[in-house]
Write a protein that binds this ligand. Structure first.
Ligand code: G6P
Length: 615
């Protein structure tokens, strides 16, 4: 996690770096820092807190001048978030400075070694160890900065995206990556460095994404040179044209990114199936699936790996794949899968789901599955991300940039992509009749307008939120396709409002959670008319008999639940399998409003980060 921004050129670096850090704050926001070369010296300012705190700190303590600089927004791994542990870190001589995203796992051994040779450390970070290791190599081997970085990185175990600067060589920055993303924006006589392209999209559309184990020396007036860290071999730089624009990463009149992203869902879902769902021709066209159809059809099973909200989308997909395409599916937390010596064969298809395409555990699970010969398919939102590149094939969600840390439109678009795949496979396998297939295409195409209609419940949900903003616990229940939605609803609430919330399959309530129910316990029950409706109504009765407060999500026109529940939120009717795309919307809004009323930082909840590039 952590966000990195660097600039080298002829513009003032300060505003570019500060604005860039603000755009990267989703990656971590417990401390921030900046180093600027003012023509004579390297000025470092850093502080605990957000980028806005850094601005105040620079205002007080140092200058904003310089055409070369780098900045960092941190999500602490080693060392608590405080001023000293913030990046950039300088070497003992003060000549070198570094910003780092990742973890140096063998930092302790390296630190002991460096300490024994007289190096001292101000911070508790692994990063300060790395910059002194680089300085040590540079002096001992009498090599230039680029070489010193390379030698040092070959001694390091862990993950990193780094930018290193030597104040005696002001026109040069050395960058490297292993496991954490790093992009270089190429302008005319200027370079931008960042964890993703958002800090530089208004300056250039040309970018190079560094691959793992690559480093680059960026010098003003020279073409960028990329080398393999291990063997020093040169790599041809691949310059990509960026597709995102500034508007997509701004709030567009909404109070929070999360709210904007909730409201973007009709458009996002439409963009996800656009060009893929061809209703008139009654086909689904997805190149990544088509080109690998044999692999899918011969698969003994599909293993889905993901983390967080993406894992919940995977759970919904399990129901859909098994129902439509009759292929056995297993859904795994990537972090568990990668460490439990799983049985993987060449006949397995692994689908990795990730909004950011950078989640360290998901990436590791992919590498493991590939090493065992499985076919690996990615479902990512961020174009060109590590997971998109590491997988054999894939399908993008096309949700557009998601900036709110709590995932919303990524979830619904992931479900949409996975539904398209399941439908395509169902046709190929003959597990769905052509009339059912047509019906499903038609129904899926109706979802965006139903979401649009559903978003009008906003005010009603806000009123409900007022009654529960002081709750300390909350239960979410759903069955079948809507069990994962219950998990996702609970995750949204705890992520952004810090209210303890649990999601459960409704019938499991009897096996434990029912003990928690009393008149102060709100229970959100997802009870659409299709899919175990009567059973869920019985569960609602059981909650009512124990005086629990019931907020029910029901299909419009429902009367049975209305009589028992304290509040109902109506959703439009739909195919049972598509109901998660609707039921999840009011739950997103409920969490959002409760969090806003509790004065929580909705877009940047405490302790979280959007892109988890450490395991
Ligand atoms: C973090 C984010 C979640 C996200 C999860 C997986 O925890 O805060 O919103 O669901 O990572 O991220 P991915 O990018 O792989 O979907």
């Amino acid at each position: 996690m952590c966000g990195i921004v660097g600039y080298i050129g002829s513009r003032e670096a300060y505003p570019i770096i500060i604005e860039g850090l603000k755009r990267l704050e989703y990656r971590g926001y417990d401390s921030a820092g900046i180093a600027l070369f003012d023509g004579k010296d390297l000025k470092i300012a850093k502080t605990k807190g957000k980028v806005s705190d850094l601005e105040a700190c620079v205002e007080k303590e140092t200058s904003k001048t310089g055409n070369v600089g780098m900045g960092h927004t941190r999500w602490a791994t080693h060392g608590v978030p405080n001023d000293v542990n913030s990046h950039p870190h300088a070497s003992n001589s003060g000549d070198l400075a570094i910003i780092h995203n990742g973890i140096i796992e063998n930092y302790d051994a390296l630190k002991k070694e460096l300490t024994s040779r007289g190096y001292t450390f101000k911070s508790d970070t692994d990063t300060e160890v790395l910059i002194n290791l680089i300085e040590d190599v540079k002096k001992k081997e009498n090599v230039k900065l680029g070489k010193a970085v390379q030698i040092a990185l070959n001694q390091v175990i862990g993950a990193y995206a780094i930018a290193v600067y030597d104040k005696n060589k002001p026109e040069e920055v050395v960058i490297a990556r292993l496991g954490s993303p790093l992009a270089v924006g190429i302008g005319e006589d200027e370079f931008f460095i960042a964890s993703d392209a958002s800090p530089f999209i208004e300056y250039t559309k040309n970018a190079i994404y560094l691959e793992d184990e690559e480093m680059a020396i960026i010098r003003l007036g020279k073409a960028i040179k990329i080398r393999k860290i291990k063997d020093d071999s040169l790599v041809d730089p691949y310059i990509q044209e960026l597709q995102i624009n500034l508007e997509q990463i701004e709030k567009g009149g909404y109070d929070h990114f999360m709210l904007k992203e909730i409201h973007e869902q009709p458009r996002a879902i439409r963009d996800t199936y656009r060009g893929r769902l061809l209703r008139d021709e009654a086909i689904i066209k997805m190149a990544g699936v088509e080109d690998n159809m044999k692999k899918f059809l011969n698969a003994d099973r599909i293993i889905i790996v993901a983390c967080g909200t993406s894992w919940h989308a995977g759970l919904v997909a399990e129901y859909i794949f098994e129902e439509f395409a009759r292929i056995p599916v297993e859904v795994e937390y990537a972090s568990e899968f990668r460490y439990r010596n799983p049985i993987i064969t060449e006949k397995d298809v692994l689908i990795a789901i990730s909004q950011s395409g950078e989640t360290a555990d998901t990436l590791a699970a992919i590498k493991l599955a590939k090493s065992k010969g499985a076919f690996v398919f990615g479902v990512c939102n961020v174009v060109g991300s590590s997971i998109a590149r590491e997988t054999h094939a894939g399908a993008y969600t096309h949700a557009g940039p998601e900036i709110g840390v709590a995932s919303t439109k990524a979830f619904t678009t992931q479900i949409t992509v996975l539904t398209l795949i399941a439908l395509r496979l169902a046709r190929a396998k003959g597990t769905m009749s052509s009339s059912d297939f047509r019906l499903h295409l038609h129904e899926l195409e109706l979802i965006p307008q139903k979401v649009e209609q559903l978003l009008q419940v906003d005010q009603h949900v806000k009123e409900i939120a007022k009654e529960y903003l002081l709750s300390t616990n909350c239960l979410y229940l759903g069955r079948g396709y809507n069990f994962p939605v219950a998990l996702e609803g609970a995750l949204k609430l705890k992520e952004i409002s810090y209210i303890h919330a649990e999601g459960y399959p409704a019938a499991e309530m009897k096996h434990g959670p029912i003990a928690l129910i009393d008149d102060r316990m709100p229970v959100i029950v997802i009870a659409p008319s299709k899919g175990h409706y009567e059973k869920v109504v019985s569960n609602i009765q059981e909650i009512k008999s124990r005086k629990g407060k019931i907020i029910a999500v029901v299909t419009e026109g429902d009367t049975a639940v209305r009589d028992i529940a304290d509040h109902v939120i109506e959703i439009p009717d739909s195919e049972e399998a598509f109901s998660p795309l609707l039921t999840t919307i009011p739950l997103q809004l409920l969490s959002y409003h409760i969090a806003v009323m509790r004065n929580c930082n909705v877009d940047q909840p405490r302790n979280l980060a959007k892109s988890v590039t450490v395991e």
